[in-house]
Write a protein that binds this ligand. Structure first.
Ligand code: DGP
Length: 121
């Protein structure tokens, strides 16, 4: 697929509206259109990367930054575990169609606000 047709590239460029929660030079974070929990945020690189399956060594910094931004957003939204390690949230990369990836622009799901079970479906 051409980058110009990528839904998340269009969101980054503002061609598709989104409810943003954070943006900097490397990443953009916004509310998932189809939330699976009270809080469901997607953190994506500004640069088009298909997914974890296509990461290159030069992408290590942006992936690390995605996790740090996820931590900060989770704290801002009151999801961070307390001193007894209660509460919490889940961070997920779906990698490939069998794992549930439907948008082929790298994205980290930040999901929280309810108890979650394991293993995932
Ligand atoms: P995945 O299945 O892991 O590829 O997750 C893709 C997510 O992207 C899915 O939870 C729904 C979300 N999504 C798809 N299209 C849009 C959109 O146009 N806007 C927003 N905010 N989220 C979208």
């Amino acid at each position: 697929m051409d980058i110009k047709d990528c839904i998340f590239c269009k969101i980054v460029r503002g061609e598709i509206p989104s409810k943003g929660v954070y943006r900097d030079d490397l990443v953009y974070a916004f509310h998932d259109i189809n939330p699976v929990a009270p809080t469901h945020i997607l953190i994506i690189p500004i640069k088009h990367i298909v997914g974890v399956q296509s990461l290159e060594p030069e992408d290590e910094c942006v992936v690390g930054h995605m996790f740090y931004v996820a931590r900060r957003i989770a704290e801002d939204l009151g999801l961070a575990p307390d001193e007894d390690l209660n509460r919490g949230y889940r961070l997920v990369f779906n990698v490939g169609r069998d794992a549930g990836q439907s948008v082929f622009h790298l994205h980290l799901h930040l999901i929280g606000g309810r108890r979650m079970s394991w293993p995932p479906g």
